[in-house]
Design a protein around this ligand. Structure first.
Ligand SMILES: [Zn+2]
Length: 346
């Protein structure tokens, strides 16, 4: 008989495999030295590494496991550092204490591990200090494998149930409650800062400069520039529009000029993405204006409205995938719906 609390995995694996996984996790809980990795789960319960990777991410999403990372020397294979989040990874200037190899980090050297959170499986829990991370290198445990199997957006934006509860409540504060105009403005900004802060690579908050107030300033500290992270650049500037009516068409120029200032009139490449978050839908001319702005300034300005926020909050769509799709729409000035033809899910 299958234990009930892993049944949410039945969309990914069959019931007998769920039950084998359960036994495996229970053993890991008793013997913390058994590190949980994609390769170990794939071998133990006889599934492909791709599926094992998805299963482990689902368990992390449900707060049963925590995702951890470690850096392996590309030359001698020694595990050198551990990280709690990918935003802690320093890209350049690493030196192996064992073989003196100097190297810059690439996703091949980052290993992904999982630990069991206290309170799950079923006894006293897996004690962090006893975990032995010195498992042998396997490509399917690397960040590179995860990126290749299309999992980077889900790895870095994977809110858990309690974070979704907070998101839904912030969303409802913006759209369902009657408050004063000022309070309404603050709540949209709060929702946006919280949403972007949920991406492991980002830090988000309001900042003031000598000339402007920036509703939400996002620092992208992800060490590698694969997938969407190659396109968005080090910083994102977000403007929040609280009006119930369609935003005015000059809003692209306005945000564009703030970004141009930050980029020292095109001499720097500090901000490559601007986002306008509005309650109402963008004007119909938005995409062609944004495209024109991109062609002359190499800055992409995308738009998120209530409908998009609802997809992210209620339907749990992936924020990074949505940003990627919207950037593609502006850069290519697409007339096709990129979700309908299956290129993007969000
Ligand atoms: Zn080494």
């Amino acid at each position: 008989m299958c234990c009930s609390h892993l049944l949410f995995l039945s969309a990914l694996i069959e019931e007998d495999k769920i039950s084998r996984l359960e036994t495996f996790l229970s053993e890991c809980s008793d013997r913390p030295a058994l590190v949980i990795t994609v390769s170990r789960v794939a071998t133990t319960i006889d599934i492909s590494p791709q599926v094992a990777s998805k299963v482990l991410q689902e368990l992390a999403k449900k707060d049963i496991l925590t995702t951890k990372y470690a850096l392996r020397c590309p030359e001698c294979g020694t595990l050198l550092k551990r990280y709690n989040g990918l935003n802690e990874v320093e890209c350049v200037g690493n030196i192996c204490y064992k073989c003196n190899e100097k190297f810059d980090v690439s996703p091949e050297e980052i290993e992904i591990f999982y630990t069991i959170n206290d309170g799950y499986f079923f006894r006293e829990g897996q004690h962090e200090k006893e975990v032995d991370y010195s498992v042998s290198a396997a490509h399917e445990n690397s960040l590179k494998f995860l990126i290749e199997s299309g999992g980077i957006n889900t790895l870095l934006f994977n809110p858990n149930d309690s974070e979704y509860t907070i998101l839904r409540s912030l969303f409802s504060d913006v759209f369902n409650h009657q408050t004063t105009t000022k309070a309404k403005g603050d709540t949209l900004e709060r929702l946006v800062a919280y949403l972007f802060g949920l991406c492991e690579a980002f830090k988000a908050g309001e900042i003031r400069t000598s000339t402007n107030q920036i509703d939400c300033f996002v620092a992208n500290d992800f060490f590698c520039n694969l997938g969407i992270f190659g396109q968005i650049g080090p910083r994102i500037i977000i403007e929040c529009k609280n009006e119930e009516k369609t935003p005015k068409v000059d809003y692209i120029e306005k945000l564009g000029s703030i970004i141009s200032l930050a980029n020292a009139g095109g001499q720097a490449n500090y901000v490559r993405l601007g986002i306008i978050v509005s309650k109402a839908k963008p004007p119909r001319t938005y995409k062609s204006l944004a495209n024109r702005f991109y062609l002359s300034n190499k800055i992409v300005i995308i738009s998120l409205c209530k409908e998009d926020l609802s997809e992210l909050v209620e339907k749990k769509k992936n924020l990074l995938e949505m940003i990627e799709r919207k950037m593609t729409e502006v850069v290519m000035e697409t007339t096709t719906d990129l979700r309908r033809n299956g290129i993007y899910n969000a």
